[in-house]
Structure formats: structure tokens, C-alpha cells
Design a protein around this ligand. Sequence first.
Ligand SMILES: NC(=O)c1ccc[n+]([C@@H]2O[C@H](COP(=O)([O-])OP(=O)(O)OC[C@H]3O[C@@H](n4cnc5c(N)ncnc54)[C@H](O)[C@@H]3O)[C@@H](O)[C@H]2O)c1
Length: 299
Amino acid sequence: MGSHLCDRLLAAGHEVLCVDNYFTGTKRNVAHLIGNPYFELQRHDVTFPLYVEVDQIYNLACPASPVHYQHDPVQTTKTSVHGAINILGLAKRVRARVLQASTSEVYGDPEVHPQDEAYWGRVNPIGTRSCYDEGKRCAETLFFDYHRQHRVDIKVVRIFNTYGPRMHPDDGRVVSNFVVQAIRGSDITIYGDGAQTRSFCYVDDLIEAMLRMMSTDAGFQGPVNIGNPGEFTMLALAEMVIRLTGSRSKLVFQPLPSDDPRQRQPDISLARKRLDWEPRVGLEDGLKETIAYFRSILS
Ligand SMILES: NC(=O)c1ccc[n+]([C@@H]2O[C@H](COP(=O)([O-])OP(=O)(O)OC[C@H]3O[C@@H](n4cnc5c(N)ncnc54)[C@H](O)[C@@H]3O)[C@@H](O)[C@H]2O)c1
């Protein structure tokens, strides 16, 4: 997502400093920007303090897929919590506006459906997903406390499943999994019976919402849900991917991982109202772009 954000900010005439420790990110995603005099790339881990002069900060640093965030769960919590403290400290020092990329995972396995921002969530504090979910919840707490205590100008968005070109092919997220499996002609793995639903937002729509959130009035902090409310079962997604890739892959079923939510769908009424935003790219069109990307890197 960060590389798409860099593209959009540069196109809008901003100077961009992109900071990444390359844990899940890759230089390839921003290679086309190297050489642009308004773009800088810095290898840095946000769990350490950062001293730079900036006007606005988008904090997207955090592994986002279960495979990656469970690889080193302690580092995942540190990235969200120490990362938030360091980034908020920087924002406080240079008086920068700062946006936090939070997540629908703060709602955990929800009892209400769809989830709006007033819902506090139902999160397991000691499970294998907790390093991500609780890390992001604590980061939100820090954002709002820095705002109340130090008047830092914060914005918080809660992102629901987002996909698109430049995703990591082995990150285990459902869209990349299905597309890569379909292109390779291998079995498509469905966890559980495939009746669990997710909503999928195309990356361009998501970045547009983030940019709009960054330009809202100082009196508005969020949190704001951003995502695409269109809801699809995993089975329907798998069938669409097979059709669009023309693949002969077969569906295979495996047990559900622990704490996997049954349903996840954003209520985006607040984003519609405050950001005048709603997603424009349908799943089929977004998947076509994503399939074209994966074909280009897998061939
Ligand atoms: N894609 C989604 O569906 C989704 C949903 C909800 C929230 N989010 C959030 O949006 C943000 C971006 O997600 P993405 O999908 O682009 O995932 P991604 O894994 O592609 O991007 C995360 C980036 O953070 C970097 N990073 C990780 N730990 C770091 C550290 N300690 N210091 C510096 N950089 C670090 C990674 O190298 C990578 O470039 C994440 O914070 C994620 O939690 C994403």
C-alpha cells in the first residue's frame, strides 16, 4: 500500500520520504521512483526513534498478513506499539499531522455486523493473532492519548481487507493465495467450508480515502472505517479467480486457523459522510489488475 501512496503523493506534487525496514516490503515496489529528485528512500525500523523534518506522516509500518506478523510476534507488537510511540514523538516534535493505518482487526471476531466505528470489538488478548490485533489497538490508544495529552494532530483509519498489484506473492492472504495458486495451476486452498465472508477493497480506492482523511479538518480524528462493503464468500472469490485466470485449479478444503473471523464487512457511512468517499473499483476489475501483476512477476 505504501508504494501506491508514494506514487499518489508524488503525482500531487509532494516531496516524499519513504521509510521501510523491508521486512515484508521490497525495493522493487518503489524502484521506479528511485532517481526522482522529490523521492527519498530510507532503511529504518520504526521500533527505533526517527529524526527527520516532515509536515505529514502516514504510519503504515507493520506486517499485515498472518504469515508475516506471526513469524516474529514480539517484533509485531513492538512495531505497532514502539513504532506508534516513536512516530507520535516525531509528530509532536516537528508538529506534523500523523495518520495511523489501523485495521478492521481491532474489531476481532465481531458480534455485530457490519461493524461501525462505535463498536469496541471482541478480541482475544492471548491468541496467535493478538500480536497484530492488540498491537494495533494499543497503537490507536497511543494516538488518541498523544492527541488528548500533547495535542498531536492525529488521523486514524481502520482499513478492511485491501488487495492489488505489488502484494507479496507468499503472504498467505486470500486474494494473493488464490491468484498465485490459479496462475500456477495448483490446488486452491479454502480454509473451513468457504462460507466465511470477507469484503475486498482495491488499493487505489483505499489510497484515495487515506489522502482524503489526511486533508480533513483538524477537529476530526476518526477513527474511520475504510474498505469495500461488497461481501463475498471465499468460495465465490475462488470461483471468480478461476474464471478470470482461465485456470484448471481444483478447490481443496483445510481446517480453519484459530481466531479466524466468520464475517467481516465495513460500515462505511462515516467515510461517505466525512470523506465524501466510497470505493469505485469492483472486485472483478480489481482482480483483473491484480492477476495481470502476478502474471508479470511469476513469469
Ligand atoms: N492490506 C490490508 O488488507 C490491510 C488491512 C488492514 C490494515 N492494513 C495496514 O496497512 C498497512 C500497510 O499494509 P500493506 O497491506 O501494505 O502490508 P505490507 O506488508 O505490504 O506493508 C507493510 C510495510 O511495513 C514495513 N514494515 C514492517 N515492519 C516495519 C518496521 N518495524 N519498521 C519499518 N517498516 C516496517 C514492511 O517492510 C512493509 O513495507 C499496515 O500497517 C497494515 O497493518 C492493511
